[in-house]
Write a protein that binds this ligand. Structure first.
Ligand code: HEM
Length: 432
């Protein structure tokens, strides 16, 4: 079957601007118009097939389709990152994937760093005289965590270097969101993009000198594991470290913890917090539901390498595919009342369907940092619950979301925390 929708003429038929200005409205209106969660139109001046149901996304990302479908990020992001796993396919991608996965397996290696870096923020929230802007605060902590874990920088003692890398990573990020593509979309000027390319070169040079300084050190940290991992050459290691210290990981983590804090905020959520505090399985369901409703990354991209089919729709060679995680997670056929936050759906109507949550991708190219992020998220969420009650301050804030480039409330939410401690028990042992 032909995919419903029209790809229109080059340039004049392009719908990128409409998509970028309100992605959820764009997707919902097309799904309704075509009565199909798979449809096509022209985006970034490429014929693009949108995939918006969780089963179809899962199939698309599966091993079975790997010969016909390849990653679609190279034309958009390669100049800003250089060679790394995200732009590879086939054997090279598999080798890199396994190599990286090995480096991120031992959670014990994270424990001390995660505890030490989270401690100042998590132990003092109730002492703030002003409401806390949670998103930037958690982004800052996660940025430092990435620098410590992946580069081995002691961020508390190397403040200047930490600030410099953070500044460059922000400049680099601004380039990512201003990406000039074949069809010029005036999101931001060319100069923003050039600055980002310069920031990339500076970041790589800093990474290179850090690696030189650490040469020969054989400690058991994640940074050391990465240094000794089986990359094909030292340039490949540098390029991957650039990926790990770029701004996307801190932003994605801050997005998830912010969504958790907001959905659990307020007097009317006291019972929900009490339940998550005492029932760790319920907390797992809460966090899974947060992933479902607010995946930090709205969508991912693929290219059709060889003509094939998906759910009996034709996927023509050279078409782009956008798999829309946000829309897949809100497919009413799979997730009843998809816009309701209902952690118990995971033991009732959606029991056994956890693999349809695609926040970290799926299949052979799924995220190698999934376990790490879920673990940190769970520990931070536990500590918040063990130690605090919280609510939006002021209470009537607009918490409606913007979804690009990373999901978060359009207006920075601010939260007031009060102490929950009822006895002298120590703080919950993060990563414990
Ligand atoms: C909240 C945080 C994160 C989110 C939401 C996230 C999400 C994702 C998603 C959706 C993909 C799949 C992209 C695709 O197939 O189109 C992915 C891939 C990847 N992620 Fe993450 N990620 C996060 C954190 C991390 C961390 C902490 C690391 C490692 C340090 C990491 C490393 C990677 C790598 C290397 C890939 C590419 C894997 C491959 O292509 O085989 N991510 N991530």
């Amino acid at each position: 079957m032909k995919v419903p929708g029209t790809i229109g003429y080059p340039i004049i038929g392009d719908k990128s601007r409409e998509f970028l200005s309100d992605p959820t409205k764009f997707i919902t209106s097309r799904i309704n118009e075509h009565s199909s969660r798979i449809f096509q139109c022209r985006i970034l001046n490429n014929p693009t097939i949108f995939v918006c149901s969780p089963q179809a996304v899962k199939t698309l990302l599966s091993e079975e389709m790997a010969n016909d479908i390849e990653h679609g990020y190279k034309s958009i992001l390669h100049r800003l990152y250089g060679d790394n796993i995200v732009f590879e396919n086939d054997v090279t991608a598999n080798e890199l994937h396994n190599c990286l996965k090995n480096c991120f397996q031992n959670m014990e290696l994270y424990k001390e760093t995660v505890n030490r870096l989270c401690e100042p923020l998590l132990s003092s929230l109730h002492l703030r005289t002003e409401p806390v802007y949670i998103y930037p605060e958690f982004k800052r902590v996660m940025t430092r965590m990435c620098l410590e874990l992946f580069l081995g920088i002691k961020t508390e003692s190397c403040l200047d270097q930490t600030e410099e890398i953070t500044h460059l990573a922000t400049q680099h990020w601004h380039g990512i969101i201003s990406v000039p593509v074949s069809l010029k979309i005036p999101l931001a000027g060319e100069s923003t993009y050039s600055l980002a390319v310069q920031a990339k070169e500076k970041l790589l040079s800093i990474i290179r000198s850090i690696l030189l300084g650490q040469n020969g050190q054989g400690d058991a940290s994640v940074a050391a594991k990465l240094r000794h991992a089986d990359f094909s050459n030292s340039k490949s290691l540098e390029q991957h470290l650039l990926l790990f210290v770029s701004a996307v990981i801190p932003k994605a983590f801050a997005s998830l913890i912010t969504s958790f804090i907001i959905v659990m905020a307020g007097d009317d959520k006291e019972a929900l917090r009490a339940r998550a505090r005492t029932d760790s399985k319920f907390l797992d369901r809460v966090l899974l539901e947060v992933e479902r409703m607010w995946p930090p990354l709205f969508a991912g991209r693929r290219l059709v390498r060889r003509t094939t089919t998906l759910e009996s729709y034709d996927l023509p060679k050279d078409y782009a595919i956008m798999y829309v995680t946000h829309a897949a997670h809100r497919d009413p056929e799979v997730f009843p009342e998809p816009n309701s936050f209902n952690p118990d759906r995971w033991i009732t109507c959606n029991a056994g369907q956890e693999d349809l949550v695609l926040c970290f991708g799926s299949g052979p190219r799924c995220c190698v940092g999934t376990d790490l992020i879920r673990r940190i998220l769970r520990d931070v969420a536990s500590r918040l619950l063990q130690n605090y009650e919280w609510s939006l301050a002021p209470p009537n804030q607009d918490t409606s979301y913007k979804y690009l480039p990373v999901a978060r409330p359009a207006v920075q939410p601010s939260i007031a925390f009060s102490s929950y401690l009822t006895n002298d028990e120590p703080f919950f042992d993060a990563c414990g």
